[in-house]
Write a protein that binds this ligand. Structure first.
Ligand code: PFF
Length: 453
């Protein structure tokens, strides 16, 4: 063992590994994005296609990322450098670091709103507001030049404090507490929602597939959503798996993480759609679903502010366990590649992401006029990361694993150096070599030429 690998921090337990990795996967993508994307794309049919992609493509890509990170024992960029020395594959890792940087900048802006919504729910500020009033409240918040920025910075500081404490004493310790809390909160809200009168129609919408609504676009949205939700195609899972124990079974970890992530997305649907139907609202109302429609529903509910507060705490917790993983990608890269301390790297990463993040936050109001290719700063960051860098990163990862030299190393990692049986390997290899590159290339081409997801 090299001196460096002895000094490197690691996750201390299997539960810690699952909590941290599922924490990265479960986020705003599950609770904010999944319900509205499913709502706009036909409910049950979308869910089925989504689950198929998670298992058939998401899990093999996740296993590939785990294998690269654990073998490389370094950040996303450095791990490729170790596995394929002298080749340019490490640029994939670099792209991942840039993607993490961009995602964190706009994601922390939305995460900041969730903090404001906790305070508003606790202080009963939504009391008596109609949906139109709530729309106004939301629009007033996001154009405000100060409030969203302050909340975003608070969120970044919280994220940085956890990352600063390290892998075992920071990320693992907190995700082990936060993930069970998240599950508890979402179950409480699901029970509330399904027991509402008229809520059954919401469950039908989510679970009864209506294939007449399915188009080619549905498939692309489902795969794109699966990638974002599982944190694939960028450095997060490569970075986390570089802290996994050599005994960890990578395939079973990937399956557990993918199932937990899907379970939370389904529970988010179970929590939201019955309430939406019970109060006679259209399920297709888009991104404003959780910030306008849901507070409206809570207002009409008995103990609404209590359930509203729980809901926004849930969103905050989900976002926090994801922002930690995004910041870790950048911190691990800076500290290992520039050979600076973790503390210095965390400060540099947090400050620079925050500066970009402030621009993203202000792009709804003060900087509304600043556009790039007709998009606001927030949308440019989201578009570049989610529609360009993630699919491209995923594509190169599967090409590397399936076609270019990564194969032997991956097999040895998946089998823990030959000590585990990997009967699934031929299937895995087939998917990674033929199916995944084709499917990912399809989303990528669609995103670039037809304007994105
Ligand atoms: N998977 C997270 C979510 O669903 O909200 C978002 C995310 C986190 C994407 C970390 C990418 C990443 F590296």
């Amino acid at each position: 063992m090299t001196k460096e690998s002895v000094l490197r921090d690691n996750f201390g337990s299997r539960f810690g590994i699952i909590a941290a990795t599922a924490g990265s996967a479960v986020g705003l993508g599950n609770i904010w994005k999944f319900p509205y994307v499913a709502g706009e794309n036909g409910g049950g049919a979308f869910l089925l296609i989504y689950l198929f992609f998670v298992l058939a493509i998401g899990v093999p890509v996740m296993m590939s990322e785990f294998a690269i990170g654990r073998r490389g024992q370094k950040n996303a960029y450095g791990s490729f450098g170790v596995i394929a020395p002298g080749k340019r594959w490490n640029l994939i890792g670099l792209m991942g670091v840039v993607a993490a940087f961009f995602i964190l900048a706009f994601y922390s802006s939305v995460a900041g709103w969730t903090l404001q919504y906790i305070v508003s729910s606790v202080s009963h500020s939504f009391a008596g507001q109609s949906i139109a009033d709530l729309e106004n409240t939301f629009n007033t918040l996001i154009v405000n030049p100060i409030k969203p920025v302050v909340w975003q910075l608070v969120f970044m500081v919280l994220t940085a404090l956890i990352v600063l404490a390290g892998i075992k004493k920071g990320i693992e310790k907190y995700t082990k507490l936060l993930m069970p809390l998240l599950l508890l909160l979402i179950i409480v809200l699901c029970i509330r929602s399904v027991t509402l009168e008229g809520g059954k129609a919401g469950l039908e919408f989510l679970f009864k597939p209506d294939f007449s609504k399915v188009t080619a676009k549905t498939f692309l949205y489902a795969l794109g959503q699966a990638f974002f939700s599982l944190s694939l195609g960028m450095g997060a899972l490569i970075t986390y798996s570089s802290y996994f124990s050599k005994k960890e079974n990578l395939a079973s970890t990937a399956v557990s993480v993918a199932l937990s992530d899907s379970l939370i997305a389904i529970l988010a649907g179970v929590m939201i759609f019955p309430a939406v139907f019970a109060f006679g609202i259209e399920p297709t109302c888009g991104p404003s679903l959780v910030f306008i429609t849901l507070p409206g529903i809570f207002q009409q509910m008995f103990w609404g502010d209590f359930f509203g507060t729980i809901f926004f705490i849930l969103l905050t917790v989900a976002a926090l366990t994801s922002t930690i993983s995004l910041l870790e990608v950048v911190v691990a890269f800076l500290s290992e590649e520039l050979k600076i301390s973790r503390k210095k790297a965390t400060v540099i990463a947090t400050l620079s992401v925050s500066v970009l993040g402030i621009f993203a936050s202000l792009s709804f109001g003060t900087l509304k006029g600043v556009t790039i290719f007709g998009k606001s700063i927030f949308d440019v960051l989201d578009y570049t990361a989610s529609n360009v860098l993630l699919p491209l990163g995923g594509l190169f990862i599967v090409l590397f694993v399936g076609w270019f030299g990564g194969k032997k190393i991956i097999k040895s990692e998946l089998s823990n150096e030959g000590t585990l049986r990997v009967r699934y390997y031929p299937y895995f290899n087939f998917i990674v070599k033929f199916i995944a590159p084709f499917a990912i290339a399809a989303i990528f081409i669609y995103c670039i030429f037809w304007g994105g997801l």
